[in-house]
Design a protein around this ligand. Structure first.
Ligand code: F3S
Length: 281
């Protein structure tokens, strides 16, 4: 029986990089804070807590007197970075370089007088962060209807960017609507394909697999999506959080067991499941 683990299972490049930076900083023995949970995974956050890493938010930041504050991969508004530095704290910016690129584009183009439009969800932390790099108020558009209704009060050129995890097809449809309005629109496609790659690979493995295991948090929407994709292709698809949930009943003749994991599933959990399946079946 073959066990095939998706190469794109688990953390993407940006999250992996951010988590590693927190673990590295935690070794220094200084007080370490992350601005928001570094990833949405309770086990990782708990493990970091034991190593002296606390999670803070905008309110609790005021009470921090010394130490290092780490910015997570989503990034934050410019004002947050400035505030941390003004407080005399050390700021370690673990913003994903793909998100940082959006910050730079937005800062530059808004300073040059362009209207910034961000295609994404207005309440997503990444989008809130991006908005905070625009020198003039940015506009967020999430749906085609919103794009349809959009008008610009002032005569201005427009610069369009996207939340990194936005759906590419939806992004194109919204851009098309904006272009039809006759404005001078410059579009910078800032979608990151880590999510899509993970989904495509999961689909391909599930198509061939007799059993498919999807690992990730119950409340993680990207893991749920992975599960749905795999369940469509493979009748015996399991959704588990950790190895403890795995009650594997293999059909009689199993040639291939596929494994994938959501974006916030740490490597050790993936490996545990993989080893268990390899050894026990
Ligand atoms: Fe991950 Fe960075 Fe893409 S955090 S999803 S690699 S934008």
């Amino acid at each position: 029986m073959e066990v095939r683990l998706a190469k794109s299972a688990g953390f993407c490049f940006g999250v992996k990089r951010a988590v590693e930076q927190v673990y590295n900083q935690a070794e220094n023995g200084k007080a370490i804070y992350t601005y928001g949970p570094i990833i949405h995974n309770e086990e990782v956050v708990k493990d970091l807590e034991q190593k002296g890493v606390s999670v803070i938010d905008d309110d609790s930041l005021s009470s921090v007197k010394e130490g290092t504050v780490i910015i997570r991969s989503h990034g934050v508004e410019k004002a947050v970075c400035d505030r941390i530095q003004e407080m005399g704290l050390e700021c370690v910016d673990a913003t994903c370089p793909f998100v940082k690129r959006i910050h730079r584009v937005v800062e530059k183009e808004s300073t040059a007088g362009k209207q910034i439009i961000i295609i994404g969800s207005a309440n997503h932390p990444e989008v809130i962060g991006i908005m905070g790099w625009s020198s003039t108020p940015a506009i967020v558009i999430e749906t085609e209807e919103e794009a349809e209704k959009f008008t610009l009060e002032e005569e201005k050129d427009i610069c369009v960017v996207s939340q990194t995890t936005f759906n590419y097809i939806k992004f194109n449809k919204i851009v098309e609507k904006l272009l039809k309005k006759g404005y001078n629109v410059g579009v910078v496609n800032t979608i990151c394909n880590a999510t899509e790659e993970r989904q495509t690979e999961a689909r391909e493995i599930a198509r061939e697999a007799d059993v498919m295991i999807v690992i990730g948090g119950k409340h993680s929407s990207n893991t749920r999506k992975l599960y749905e994709i795999c369940a469509k292709e493979c009748e015996h698809t399991y959704f588990i959080q950790t190895l403890a949930d795995l009650k594997l009943e293999l059909p009689e003749s199993v040639g291939l067991v596929g494994i994938t994991a959501g974006a916030s599933t740490p490597n050790n959990i993936i490996e545990e499941v993989q080893n268990y399946v390899r050894i026990n079946f």
